[in-house]
Design a protein around this ligand. Structure first.
Ligand code: NAD
Ligand code: GLY
Length: 360
């Protein structure tokens, strides 16, 4: 098992990464000295596969869990499901010392984390991410929240988990399209922070798609280490943490204008990262060779790298970008790459250049 610490003073926690970890959920929670009652929040795909094992482990360690099952997929990341969770927690009398376990992908993690951040003004929560995307990104760092029709993640909080438990075995049941979507965040870490890691991915993507155990463990741990390092320096996104949003401004807008669900998050940010690389070439001198390497990596992962938009759709996309949380004084701010492994954040980009890149 690999252990990655997230150092945030009294909000510090550990990320556990390895095979067959789900049965350790109960004993690991017991180490945290949490209350006896807890709610496992999962979705309708993950629940039938892993909830029993999670509940048994919790019961075996002396906890008294309830199970809440949400519908699966991005449209479920909605306030009406938050409300439904609150109601169940209240009916079941969960108290201040009770805790929430998020068992699932990023949708479950973001929503369950938001429920934990707000129920009784905040109770503890534990992340058990079961998708690649959630293991390398969304379960770490404490950003929790839900979507509004107007835009992604527009309602949320910072609420750090007390533990992240990544059981790599769960990836064995993840649909291939979802695995590929997770690779979009994996490749992102290479672009924003780690050129040797990017080179390794150029070599090892097929091994990852084949779920090669050694490669998977090393890659998930490297991604978590990078994220933990960034979050430890800038928990609330005063500056540096923005680099984690490379490709997300366009990606989130694609998700919003296509009604959440047509493009998976990973697919939308794959298109967004290739567009951001092209903007970087125009504004920051990213060499064309590196733009091509970036595009080729996403293609090799089987992800979309462009989007066909008619003029009204392009207008809607540009308008949706203005609702991004990174907008400052009405101006959309981008993360741009100077080289693979080195990015700058808070960069203004003229709207006509964005439109031109999307047209191309
Ligand atoms: P998801 O939660 O929808 O999971 C993907 C799909 O795979 C779902 O249908 C789910 O039921 C299924 N699934 C998950 N694990 C499975 C398993 N082991 N076996 C079988 N099926 C499984 O999506 P995701 O890609 O995990 O996460 C995307 C979400 O994460 C987006 O809402 C995005 O905004 C959010 N996100 C948040 C952060 C953050 O820092 N909080 C970072 C990145 C992304
Ligand atoms: N995925 C963006 C962040 O965690 O800050």
């Amino acid at each position: 098992m690999k252990i990655v610490p997230v150092s945030l003073g009294d909000r510090s926690y550990r990320i556990l990464i390895g095979d067959s970890l789900l049965p350790r959920l109960g004993p690991e929670c017991a180490r945290l000295k949490l209350g006896r009652r807890c709610a496992v929040i999962t979705d309708s795909n993950v629940g039938p596969l892993y909830a029993e094992s999670a509940l048994n482990s919790l019961r075996g360690a002396g906890f008294d869990p309830i199970l809440i099952t949400l519908p699966s997929g991005e449209p479920a990341k909605h306030l009406r499901h938050v409300q439904a969770c609150y109601d169940q927690l209240a009916v079941q009398r969960l108290e201040r010392r009770s805790f929430v376990v998020a068992l699932g992908g990023g949708v479950v993690g973001d929503l369950a984390g938001f429920v934990a951040a707000t129920y009784l003004r905040g109770i503890a929560f534990v992340q058990v991410p079961t998708s690649l995307l959630a293991q390398v990104d969304s379960s770490v760092g404490g950003k929790v929240g839900v979507n509004l029709k107007a835009g992604k993640n527009l309602v949320g909080a910072f609420h750090q988990p007390r533990l992240v438990l990544c059981d790599l075995d769960t990836l064995g049941t993840l649909p291939e399209r979802e695995l590929r979507a997770g690779l979009a965040e994996v490749i992102k870490y290479g672009i924003i922070h780690d050129a040797p890691f990017f080179r390794r991915l150029e070599r090892d993507l097929q091994k990852l798609l084949a779920l090669d155990a050694k490669t998977l463990a090393a890659v998930v741990a490297r991604c978590c280490r990078i994220k933990a390092e960034v979050v430890a320096q800038d928990e609330r996104e005063g500056g540096l943490r923005a680099i984690l949003n490379f490709g997300h401004t366009i990606g989130h807008a694609i998700e919003a204008i296509s009604g959440y669900g047509k493009y998976l998050h990973g697919e939308a940010i794959s298109i967004g990262q290739v567009a951001a690389a092209e903007l970087s070439a125009a504004l920051k001198g990213l060499p064309p060779r590196d733009v091509n390497r970036i595009r080729a990596s996403f293609e090799q992962a089987g992800l979309p790298v462009s989007i066909r938009l008619n003029p009204p759709q392009r207008e809607r996309l540009l308008a949706a970008m203005k609702l991004d949380k990174k907008v400052s004084g009405g101006e959309v701010r981008f993360v741009l790459a100077e080289a693979i492994g080195r990015v700058v954040w808070g960069q203004p980009v003229p709207a006509d250049l964005i439109a031109r890149v999307l047209e191309a």
